[in-house]
Design a protein around this ligand. Structure first.
Ligand SMILES: Cc1cc2nc3c(=O)[nH]c(=O)nc-3n(C[C@H](O)[C@H](O)[C@H](O)COP(=O)(O)OP(=O)(O)OC[C@H]3O[C@@H](n4cnc5c(N)ncnc54)[C@H](O)[C@@H]3O)c2cc1C
Length: 401
């Protein structure tokens, strides 16, 4: 007697999310299985978003809705693989019955699963933060922020007195830092007309040290370049409330502002937080060193959605695109190995480098142990970004940083 129809081994490999992790898993599973495994890649969007470049808010504002420089159409990417693409929003994941439910009712059974749904802004219960701040964690959010900045800059040209628009950025990690530098150094007259006034930009790094976790030399260069860009960095005070046009700090002071941007942290999306599985910080899926979900053979979590500890160093792997792609290669190998009954390999993380853009064609970074700053670091970042978008479209996978 043959296996029952839709036995788990005959069901497709389903990959949820076509970001840095999901796209790499799809490609690597297709390559390793020589396109013999059916793959269904699900994303709510028909494009792969170059999320690492969404700090380029001045350029996004100038592009006025043309998002092509920050996206890669998934149809082009998947053309040469055994993957089929399903556009839809993931509603719920039923791990027990191995079925994914899309919002709108469609059910997709899976044999193996890679959960690569990324992350969403974490507001830590700060009242008003979700309602009165912008963010650049998604393309839609970056477009909204670009429009808000364009609007306040346009209005600034016709206000009386000397007042400049004020932008407050909450979060002194690399996303907040890159965004602050970009907003402070954009020539807003190109976007909002010749009377637009340069914004005053305040970066609130909160209780955590500025650029926490990055090498001290990089942090020192970043601080200096940010100062040259005209950004005012305020350390050591947390935000306790956000209203329309005002940020309240824990020392009782109130910062009036025109635009507030939340770059203070990330957590797992709701569909992931509610899964009956081990969770780490921010509801991320706490995976085994093989990137498999404990108790769920053939189910992997990759990228920002997962919490991974390097078994050699015991350190948590950072939530970066670089790590997401490295994890994806191992998860894909293990996914195929699991289907073929072979042993799985642990993931080990080796960081290639970090570069933080600081406006005016300057950046600070470390790459393979060397510290770089100024124009060479910015050039390296540009080349790495261009190389990634070119290879993402072509279906190759190389990376400098
Ligand atoms: C401004 C900015 C700058 C950054 N710079 C760097 C950098 O220089 N270097 C670096 O390494 N990292 C950087 N990062 C971090 C990096 O972008 C993330 O770590 C990376 O995107 C994680 O990849 P991922 O595949 O896990 O998630 P994502 O790339 O976010 O992909 C998640 C995918 O899931 C889809 N999705 C989510 N929910 C659903 C749903 N319910 N239904 C269907 N689809 C869904 C999304 O549409 C998306 O395509 C930066 C991040 C930001 C915001």
């Amino acid at each position: 007697m043959g296996a029952p129809v839709n036995a788990p081994t005959e069901r497709p490999v389903v990959i949820l999310g076509a970001g840095y992790a999901g796209l790499t898993v799809a490609r690597e599973v297709a390559r390793r299985s020589r396109s013999h495994l059916p793959i269904v890649l699900v994303d709510r969007s028909p494009v792969h978003v170059l999320r690492t470049e969404l700090y380029e808010i001045g350029k996004i504002a100038e592009a006025a809705g043309d998002v092509r420089p920050w996206t890669v159409p998934l149809a082009n990417v998947l053309e040469r693989t055994s993957s089929s693409f399903r556009q839809g929003a993931v509603g719920a994941i039923d791990l027990a019955n191995r079925i994914v439910h899309l919002e709108g009712g469609e059910a997709i059974p899976f044999g193996s699963l890679a959960v690569c749904l990324g992350s969403v802004a974490a507001y830590y219960g700060v009242p008003g933060a979700a309602d009165h701040t912008f963010s650049v964690y998604r393309l839609s959010g970056a477009l909204r922020l670009a429009k808000a900045l364009r609007d306040v800059e346009t209005a600034s040209g016709s206000t009386t007195g000397e007042r400049r628009p004020r932008v407050v950025i909450v979060g002194g990690g690399s996303t907040g830092t890159e965004l602050a530098a970009e907003i402070a150094t954009t020539d807003w007259t190109r976007v909002a007309g010749p009377r637009a006034r340069p914004p005053e930009v305040i970066l609130l790094s909160g209780a955590l040290p500025f650029l926490v976790g990055l090498p001290p030399k990089l942090v020192a260069h970043a601080r200096e370049l940010l100062q040259r860009a005209g950004v005012w960095v305020l350390h050591g005070v947390n935000v306790v409330r956000v209203d329309e046009g005002a940020v309240h700090l824990e020392d009782g002071s109130i910062l009036k502002c025109d635009v507030t941007v939340w770059c203070a942290g990330l957590e797992a999306p709701a569909q992931v937080k509610s899964l009956d599985a081990p969770h780490g910080k921010g509801g991320r899926l706490a995976v085994a060193p093989t990137l498999e979900l404990p108790g769920h053979p053939g189910v992997f979590a990759v990228g920002d959605v997962s919490e991974v500890r390097d078994p050699t160093t015991g350190m948590l792997v950072p939530a970066t695109a670089q790590a997401a792609r490295a994890e994806a290669r191992v998860a894909a190998a293990n996914l195929v190995a699991r289907r073929e009954g072979r042993p799985l390999e642990p993931f080990r993380y080796q960081e290639k480098g970090v570069v933080v853009a600081l406006g005016l064609g300057k950046a600070a970074g470390t790459i393979r142990g060397l510290t770089l700053w100024g124009s060479p670091a910015a050039l390296l970042k540009r080349v790495a970004e261009k190389e990634y978008s070119r290879t993402a479209e072509k279906g190759e996978d190389t990376s400098l940083v």
